[in-house]
Write a new protein. Sequence first.
Length: 557
Amino acid sequence: MSLSIASGPPLAEEPGLGTLTLPGLLRETTTRFAGREALVLREADGVIRWSYAELWDRAVTVARAVRASGHGKDSRVGVLMTNRPEWVSAVFGISLAGGVPVPLSTFSTPSELEYLLQTSGVSWLLFERDAPRKDFLEILTGLEPQIGTAAPGGIRSTTFPFLRGLAVVGSGAGGAVESWDDFLARGETEPAELVEATAETTFPSDAGLLLFSSGSTSKPKGILSAHRAAAIQCWRFARLFGLSPEDHVRCWPANGLFWSGNFAMALGATLCTGGSLVLQRGFDAAEALDLMHAERVTMPLAWPHQWPQLEAAPNWSDVDLSSLRFADSKFALAKHPTVSSDWSEPGHAYGNTETFTLTTCFPANTPPEVGGSSSGEPLPGVTVKIVDTLTAEVLPRGEHGEICVKGPTLMLGYVGTPLADTLDDEGFFRTGDGGRLDDRNRLFWEGRLTDIIKTGGANVSPLEVDEAIARYPGVKVTQTVGVPHETLGEVVVACIVPHDDAKLDADGIVAYLRERLASYKVPRHVLFFAEDEIALTGSAKVKSGDLRELAAKRLAG
């Protein structure tokens, strides 16, 4: 009997890997592509363009300021900014100084930000005052009044006992908050040679980044990753996308670089091939189309619900997007009249923040007969097994159970939790996701185990239902949940946010699904919601527990 355990090739056999520390990655790419454009940001008051050489210099300047502020090896420094040049220079600069960058989500509410600052233990916070619909200076001073009154570097807060100082990009300097220029000036007497020496002493196994999960089911977890985890995935995404320096990639990421996926996929794959990041501080569909047109973007990266928003933007028909070469053929941008693309991104993939994104994947342009509906095969150095959720015994090949993974990008641990408490006796991370392995070593992800719907004795994956619903015209966001039922245990309920001006009909959607899904998977009820009625996490996931309760109340009413 074959067991559900599969391994990828040895990591040493993976092509395309460069230096496995963040300082080393930046040094290597800067050496190779010094004169090329590394990033661009267009704003109302002008355009910022940095070459790779300028990015290195700016990162070193931040590193000198970080060192001069008293930070040493493993010091944690927070970065709370939108996608802008200073975010990139700050994260790499903290790393060059030997510290641990802590990128924080700009979607955070005041209470969430308070939790993130307390949990991360950052000693300094580098932030941007004005994010879309937020004034972070106002939020921060509301959380700790000393921020508005203490001297620079002089905070002594019982709310944030590790926090000593802040620096702001934009207006708002005063009290404990230094202007960005004043913060950088701290490093003027700090020799650049010390930064170089610090970077040289960084090991791939050292703590490299502290990221937070999106918190779709509970409070976000602080996930500490080694340098090599982040670096491997940056180099790896370039290979999986099939990118090379000759492509001169111009990548537009719709969403924050503070998530591991965007860090590796957008920033990593772009820099590792000498491309340019085309930055947008906050997603706006019409502005994004103009930006892609003006900057001749070749690779757009967005979440599924954002593609229809681009297609519905008022300037959709007016822009020239013919530069798009790496636009997945199944999304709206590839259907634009000026675009000719048969490229397909690595859509067969599975990963977690705990593994700094991917553990299984097929590369771009994998034929359908190879990938099928799978989530790919184990990547180099990775082992995947499927276990019984109760006994933890490895299941026979093909049976459904819990996905467990281990490999070179596995986290160093959760903040505040011993690593032994999160791994099994063989060093595998139990993901809490359901899935199976087939006889070709392909993983099939079936959603969160807590989200699997059990109806009338059958298991229904909400993911499968949502994938079918998402193809129905006019659907903007969809999430399927199980609602308690007296005789069936649960019934399948589709919760849908229609696209603006779309007129959707529940009976029409059900009829559409009956042609595409087994009868027991077809929702018993289809409910429509306005976007402001449901809670989205920063990563555009619906909080399923809240939605399940909301759906139950709607049906009861």
